[in-house]
Design a protein around this ligand. Sequence first.
Ligand SMILES: Nc1ncnc2c1ncn2[C@@H]1O[C@H](COP(=O)(O)OP(=O)(O)OP(=O)(O)O)[C@@H](O)[C@H]1O
Ligand SMILES: [Mg+2]
Length: 227
Amino acid sequence: MTRGLFVTGTDTGVGKTVVAGAIIAALARRGERVAAFKPVVTGLDEPAAFGWPHDHALLAAAAGSAPEEVSPARFGPAVSPHLAAAQAGTTLDVDGLLEAARAQAATADVLIAEGVGGLLVPLTDTRTVRDFAVALGLPLLVAARTGLGTINHTLLTLEAARAAGLEVRGIVLTPWPDEPSPIERSNRETLERLGGVGVATLGVLASGLPGDLAAAGAELPLEAWLA
Ligand SMILES: Nc1ncnc2c1ncn2[C@@H]1O[C@H](COP(=O)(O)OP(=O)(O)OP(=O)(O)O)[C@@H](O)[C@H]1O
Ligand SMILES: [Mg+2]
């Protein structure tokens, strides 16, 4: 079985890429051979923000690999993978994407995969991101927002993961401010208690470039997650 993690999130835009990139960059800096994978990236028509490359480029820079190997399926519109594929007149080859993920894993000692949106996002009419995570057989990390609404979204994600037999290794609240508010502190403690899993936090990064990612990732409980 592959050593690694599947980084999912409670929603799109919650910090999966930042969390995955921080883990990858920290492991790479320690000299581990680390592979990055994200089956599908959409939204490439929208220009990347300064210092924040598109997902496959950010993860590739962190791992020292090629963006096209990180994400074999790439689409311009910022829509769900199944719709992006349909608009392009195609259907995603989920088994082919699983093979590509395993091929990446075979080049390294550890595989860090990022999902697409949340767990129940469709890749095709019959297979979801959750199905992909189950087939890959990696334990999950859940990236989640810090503030109001995150308890419900995060606990729903844990239920959906566990219902499919996925093991959740941890939750990461991101971006975690230097001075968290009372509600943010409470969310952290409440999620730990009700979620039955450790809650880590990722501070505010200045950029998504490898140096900043590695420094932040070194503060995360990587040993415990990858044990
Ligand atoms: N720790 C952090 N420090 C700085 N910015 C952050 C942090 N966490 C999240 N963000 C910001 O939140 C935004 C969304 O983060 P990210 O791209 O990682 O989300 P995602 O869940 O991977 O989204 P997608 O569903 O598009 O893959 C980014 O623009 C990023 O700048
Ligand atoms: Mg992302």
